[in-house]
Design a protein around this ligand. Sequence first.
Ligand SMILES: [Zn+2]
Ligand SMILES: [Zn+2]
Ligand SMILES: [Zn+2]
Length: 953
Amino acid sequence: MAGYRDTLNLPKTEFSMKADLARREPERIAWWKERDLYARLREARRGGPVWLLHDGPPYSNGHLHMGTAANKIWKDAAVRQANLMGYDSPFVPGWDNHGMPIEVQVGKELRASDPSVDRLALRRACREYAAKWVAIQRDEFERLGCWGDWRRPYLTMDSQFEASILEAFAGLATKEFIQRGQRSIHWCPTDRTALAEAEIEYQDDLSPSIHVLFPLRRDPRGRLERHAPLAAVAWTTTPWTLPANLGLMVDPAARYVVVRDRGAHFLLAEPRLPAVRDAAGWTEAAVVERLPGADLVDTVFEGPWGGDSRVVDGTPFVSMEDGTGLVHTAPGHGKEDFQVGQRAGLAVVCPVDAAGRFTAGAEPFVGRSVLEVNDDIIAWLRERCRLLASAVITHPYPHCWRCLQPVIFRATDQWFMIIDHAGHRGRALDLIETRVRWDPPTSRNRIRESVRLRPDWCLSRQRAWGVGIPAIYCDTCGTVLLDPAVMRRAADVTRAEGSDAWYTHPSGYFVPAGFTCSTCGAKGPFRLETDILDVWFDSGTTHRGARAMHAELDRTWARADQALLGTPPGAAIASPAAAGGPDGSPEGPTPRIVYFEGPDQHRGWFNSSLMVSAGLTGQAPYTDVLTHGWVLDARGRAMHKSVGNVISPAEVIAKYGAEIVRWWALATDWRSDVRVGDEILQRIAEAYRKVRNTFRFLLGNLYDFGPSQLLPHDRLTRVDHAFSEHLARRLAELKQDWETLTFHRALDGLLQVCTVDLSAVFLDVSKDRLYTLAPDDPARRSAQTVLWEALHDLVIAASPALVFTAEEAWLAHPGLVAESPSVHLARWPERDMRREADADWPFLLAVRDAVNAAIEPLRASKELSTTTEADVTLRVPPSVAERLAGYRDELSGFLIVARAEIIPDPAASEPSVEVRRTRWAKCERCWSYREDVREEGGVCGRCTAALAALTKR
Ligand SMILES: [Zn+2]
Ligand SMILES: [Zn+2]
Ligand SMILES: [Zn+2]
């Protein structure tokens, strides 16, 4: 070809083979920022139907890990596809700033230099620390190519946001959801604070398992006294709770027995007799009395610390699966104990202080940590003959999410949101069923269970870094007051001055003039509450606070609210498919408020947001809740520093580029767990190269082509037309994958089009025409028309995922830039498809496969070196021949053979192919074997014409 090389239309493009992502991505991000493209996208979509993804705020400490990176990438792809389809889809990122993790970290650093650091100094340092990490994480999220209003994020420590928290609290208080009271709650003795349900992690611990004896004191019915000496047997795994024992629960409907063993009498539930007999090593164990649990209620036994232990109805908490059927009850140390104790009129005893040390009443263990005292208590019981049996078992014990230390139950005065107030729980459950789409659908069960079972929400924390609870105490009578005027004032002052104001002003700054205590009538003095709000309450109000901070978000959200208000129950959630696009149903499109987080948020953010929103307005805060899986290592294990299997996004970006992190995150269905490891990343980098090279090939062959040269579809060659139809079908599939947020299928589809449809077939088939025909030969322009559509559509279809590469490819062709200055401002292309179900492209591929299969053995035996040397004869059924007839002129080009002959054969059920070496000569320019090549070293007629066209120019 050497002599003719300059006469060929060889590919030209600046879009390089080598991606050099790690270096070029930051330049692209700067380029986007200079042009303020996110703002231009917002401008272009404003007023469209609302598809609003509300960012769940990550906590502002530490660098991103693969989980936080994946979460933001999924959200980014979701928002991008919505914008692509024409929705008004803003993204306002947020951060959760208050709370213990930062306070603990900052407190440690501060106290190292100044042990007497005060609350305000600590709060100031926490604020600086949070701001520092917001800035770091923002850069890291932006580095991943995520678009959003990064200059105006919402921050829970912003004074506008803090005021909105206080208003939400005041709203709930006004509706009488908020109460202060004594409760037995999870308490971290290490961090010295109450913990919410979402802050508890269970892990298996070794625990003592002991059977304790409670000697009989009084039996009002007199049935037990004749068996004296008699003791009730109770089982516990927390010996340290025994000093607070006030009762024994029974199941009134169960059967209990008095058992005699070697002269002593024991009371326990009959179904538990075999297990207790084994544990205690009883040899005789004769049943001397049977009685129903109901007959035991109000019997009094002697508690381990000498107090009365009264039998109470323990329905439904008495199990016959473990223990003895008589449950040790310490209302100060257990949720169920507390509940049953309240019902049965038991007092609450809690001889344990905030640090988890015994106080008066737990002699001789006063001052000891309850977490270290179990063995000594067991020995103490044994000395007093109160121990029937003792063993060690493994069972799940609650731990603090923060310090990972074991937590205890402790009765303290706390602020609560009462979940069953005014039918709230039922309303929340109803919203879950009728107003929200849950994806995957199984996540509905998880949120339903977690709302059904959740206890009242403990809102108070005895910490410094958060929003102060706007309550006041009357110094005269001690009453605590939640007054609307005080709460409103607290919100206003906070909006103007920030939440420090609660701690810097005297109470008179918040208490209006003339205010009197509603209990005792005193005019003062009043004292301000020092407890802060649970950080989960902050994040539970983001659907209000983010709007308070961002006027444009608020306007978009308000349009969604308005549309949703007019929607009857059920209609809004008919089905994701029925929800339709911007041009959807005649009723108009359904606005969406989307939450997209990990599975722990059924107890956390999904839950807290629903509690606040349903409490305040009776509405769900969202229409769609998407729950993704966990990010794990290549072997399916959680990533931990201690295991040494942590992969950080920064490392992957440095080695492969953010584009590969994005493809990785999107390549696995987010509805399941997602794994990451070197091999996985290498595979993705390989797939990336294939897509990149396809873009490069398309661009290379379109250097002299643009939209003005597009041929109408009726002037395409038949083969090109069939392929263009096929592409349109593929594109429709891709669209559906994006719209259903089935990202992995969209990327699979993209890769398939690039490798299977284009690289392996169409590009091969069209090369000859592209390179050798005269530049404006209709057959070449036809191929280019199809390549143009492929480039245009595929770059757009790749853009929610491959944000950098799609942009690079887009900018590499002036025809694309003319349509839109950035691919990320483009709209999804709609292509017409013929209605026929039996598309021709798969049919043509089947013919091609049959021919290649027949040629392959000849190539293997070196009889032919390429398919171009082959003459093929196809014997096919007449119906196939008829269908192929329209392609007759293009068939040899499509099959890349010298000559293709079709013979209709009524006897043939399958096509059969004969292959011979062609007798035609090879054209020296196009390397095809053609009938009109007159001599060795000559050129074909087609090439002669092409050369003539070139000289005419
Ligand atoms: Zn802790
Ligand atoms: Zn008072
Ligand atoms: Zn030729």
